[in-house]
Structure formats: structure tokens, C-alpha cells
Ligand binder design. Structure first.
Ligand code: FEO
Length: 172
């Protein structure tokens, strides 16, 4: 059984994951409108991944006999002038998410709730990856600057990103 405190924190995290999904969907639409279809594709996949993160937490709360309570999703920004701006915002956002995950981890440790800690381990590694990827894209767009050919080539690269089901949701 989850403690009330952990159950509340996990419900907050479910909301944060859905908010992240909404943020990246907003970015996808922004870049679809601006003529960067590869960047839009990249953010649409990010949108799906964030929904997956929420699902992993929802499954876990249900498994532990807790109650998932969905709350309203706050509004997100709608305008990013360039992919570089959006990837900088992505990195800043993922750093916040990392700190939220770390807080729940510390809470689980304090309560000796090893099952929650185990579930969070996947997210700890996932956050390292998310931050690294955002940083790599910031570096690439910074390197390219305003070079049109470079922006086009990188857009093509991001257009090739495909979705894969995360391990905790994959069925055997
Ligand atoms: Fe659900 Fe991008 O962290």
C-alpha cells in the first residue's frame, strides 16, 4: 500500500507528465505551422513518450492499490520562434522534471518504500537521456546558426525519429 504522501506525489507527477505531453504537442503544432516538419515530428513523438510516462505512473499507482486522480492540465506556451528556442525550453523543462523525480525518490527512500524506488529507477535513467538529447540538439542548432541548408538537413534528420514503446509498457 502506498502512503498518502507518496500517492499524492505520484498523482502530481502524473499531472506533470501530461503537462509535458501538452507542452510538446504545442511545440509540434508551432513547428508544423512554421514549416519545420521534422522538428514537428520530433515533438509529436516526445508528446507520445510523455503520455507513456503518465501511463507508467498510473499503472503503478493502481498496482499498489492507490487511486489515480486526474487534475486539470495547465495552459502551455504556444510560440517558439526557432527550433533552438524550443530545444532550450525543452532542456530547461526536463531539468525541472528531473528534480521532481528526484524529490519523489527521496520521499520513497525516507519511507523505505523500495517498490516505488524501483519504479523510479527507470525514470532516473530516462531523464539522463532526455536531458542529453535536448543538449545535443541545442549544440547542433547552435552550430548551424542561420545556415538554411544546415537547418533543412537537420530537419530531415529529425523527421526520421520513430516511436518505440518504453520497456515498462512493452508486453512480453
Ligand atoms: Fe516525462 Fe520528458 O520526462
Amino acid at each position: 500500500m502506498l502512503s498518502e504522501k507518496l500517492e499524492a506525489a505520484l498523482n502530481e507527477q502524473i499531472n506533470a507528465e501530461f503537462w509535458s505531453a501538452y507542452l510538446y504537442l504545442s511545440m509540434a503544432n508551432n513547428f508544423e505551422a512554421k514549416g519545420n516538419p521534422g522538428v514537428a515530428n520530433w515533438f509529436r513523438i516526445q508528446f507520445r513518450e510523455e503520455q507513456d510516462h503518465a501511463h507508467i505512473f498510473m499503472n503503478y499507482v493502481n498496482q499498489r492499490g492507490g487511486r489515480v486522480l486526474l487534475k486539470p492540465i495547465a495552459a502551455v506556451e504556444t510560440e517558439w520562434a526557432t527550433p533552438l528556442d524550443a530545444f532550450k525550453a525543452t532542456l530547461a523543462h526536463e531539468q525541472v522534471v528531473t528534480s521532481l523525480i528526484n524529490k519523489i525518490y527521496a520521499m520513497a527512500e525516507a519511507e523505505h518504500d523500495y517498490a516505488t524506488r524501483e519504479t523510479l529507477n527507470w525514470f532516473i535513467s530516462e531523464q539522463v537521456e532526455e536531458e542529453e538529447t535536448a543538449q545535443q540538439l541545442i549544440d547542433k542548432y547552435t552550430m548551424i546558426g542561420k545556415d538554411g541548408t544546415g537547418i533543412y538537413m537537420l530537419d530531415q534528420e529529425l523527421a526520421s525519429r520513430t516511436y518505440t514503446t518504453p520497456a515498462p509498457l512493452a508486453t512480453a
